[in-house]
Design a binder for this molecule. Structure first.
Ligand SMILES: [Zn+2]
Length: 60
């Protein structure tokens, strides 16, 4: 890690899945409000649970 450009970017963990997410330009205006790494997490859908939810729906 000789070049530290990216290491200097702030980062925090996604509130939903706990994965670390690194600051992005599109978040420069609302970094404090960003809590989730993706739309799926924002909606509360667990990446691994999506398929399970789908199959459960079809059962009834
Ligand atoms: Zn996430």
């Amino acid at each position: 890690m000789a070049k530290g450009d990216k290491a200097m970017l702030p980062s925090k963990d996604c509130r939903h899945c706990g994965r670390p997410m690194v600051w992005r330009k599109k978040w420069r205006n609302n970094w404090d409000e960003v809590l989730y790494c993706s739309d799926a997490c924002r909606r509360g859908v667990h990446p691994g649970a999506a398929a399970v939810a789908l199959s459960a729906k079809g059962k009834r």
